[in-house]
Design a binder for this molecule. Sequence first.
Ligand SMILES: Cc1cc2nc3c(=O)[nH]c(=O)nc-3n(C[C@H](O)[C@H](O)[C@H](O)COP(=O)(O)OP(=O)(O)OC[C@H]3O[C@@H](n4cnc5c(N)ncnc54)[C@H](O)[C@@H]3O)c2cc1C
Length: 452
Amino acid sequence: MADKDSTSPKPFRVIVIGAGIVGLSLSHALQLANIEHVVLEKHDKIVSIKGAALIVWPAVARIFDQFGILDRITKTTAPVENSYKRWPDGSLICRDDTMQTVSRLFKIPSILFDRQTCVSHLYEGLPDKSKIHTSRRLERIEQTDTGVRVHLADGSIEEGDMVIGADGVHSHVRKLMWDYADKFEPGSIPEIDKEVMSFGEYRGLFGVSTAPDNAQLGNSNTHMILGQDVTMLLFSQMDKAMWGVTFKDEFQKAEHKGKATEAEIEAVAERFADLPMTNNITLGDMTADLGMGANIAVESAIHLCNILHREFASNPTRRISTPDLAALFAEYQAGRYARAKEYVETSGKLTRMNSHQSYFDHFFAGYLHKYIMQSGGKALIESLSVAPKLDYAPTRTIDESAEGWHWMETQEMRKGKKGVWFKYMVLTSIVGVTAAYMARAGLPALLMQLNV
Ligand SMILES: Cc1cc2nc3c(=O)[nH]c(=O)nc-3n(C[C@H](O)[C@H](O)[C@H](O)COP(=O)(O)OP(=O)(O)OC[C@H]3O[C@@H](n4cnc5c(N)ncnc54)[C@H](O)[C@@H]3O)c2cc1C
């Protein structure tokens, strides 16, 4: 981190590690903010073959619109038509129209595609691709008196003022940060925080395949198959089938943490191959629980870029002191912590509920959920309506006057209306019950009067 000084011969420079969904979003946002940066990717290609299904909700769709890539995305994907919840034998529990409701309220088609397609759109849409460097794997980060020095596996070095880790769930940047914190402030990162990242109660196998001929999956549908200790997802998008199985068992033990071996992957695929996914197909016909990870991470990237834009856009060579930089990070964390925590906790609860971890979970997921789906949908709409966007770039194609974006503003009005509606309901019920009672009691004259 930089030391106290008022000017610098070089502009403030950010080093982003990882060119996935988040790294590429950061690059686009930093380019729009005119902030000097480089993105370092360890692979030799940006678009890898690995990936899983991804749903982009309106909050991030709006950011993608600010990047100018939303139009192409919506023109090349089929909006989700139906979402189904199924019992372990593949039979139907209920349909869930949350995505369609959200889409209608925000006037944005529901976007379902795979990670590779998302990465490809983000990369192709960059104003300047030269900021992205492939075959450059981070090894270590050195803090100097004037900034940070990033050492790469090929022996090269990048220098800058800030490193942003966008290197995925097994982040090397996070590990280096923890090591650094342990060295200079022992105990500042609680062990439990580290364990959370290395110990998973659940594991998953995910993939993208060509949809089997007999599957009748439709153009764009989602299926969630609930079960004891196992939840499966199956999404169709044109000719692709994106599928996943999340399970809880002996693989959860700590010694199995991190990436699975090929043999483990094969063993898991074989084990679940016969599980039905719909009435027509099983998992074996293909060669997670619904995640919000990418959506939340892109929002976080945008929140950070808004802060950096405010601080450096008008004065790129301003030198920032270490305490001031720490204050920016604290501001970033304060702005994101509660929201990220809420999503993580909700996701954890859903995983447990859908894999029937208790009788209540089983009952709730299977029987009760369909009746209170609407309130869950409302919570999602509320949350999407207050999501951040870039403060410094216009939207291009979306209609921000759509009801969804103003959901919270109109809450009070809704409450008021709800009150009137509620009073109306109570009143009509009283009238109805009284009328019925009196009709039974043979008082038609009074009944007539009341109905007037
Ligand atoms: C089945 C499934 C379904 C999901 N569904 C959704 C969904 O519907 N909605 C949603 O929002 N999220 C979803 N997620 C989560 C989402 O896929 C991830 O949150 C998202 O891909 C994370 O993006 P990222 O850019 O942070 O990391 P990644 O996509 O993992 O990219 C990290 C990049 O960093 C590079 N890298 C790693 N280490 C180094 C290094 N040392 N040096 C240089 N480069 C490095 C990697 O090569 C990679 O390119 C789902 C996940 C799964 C598994």
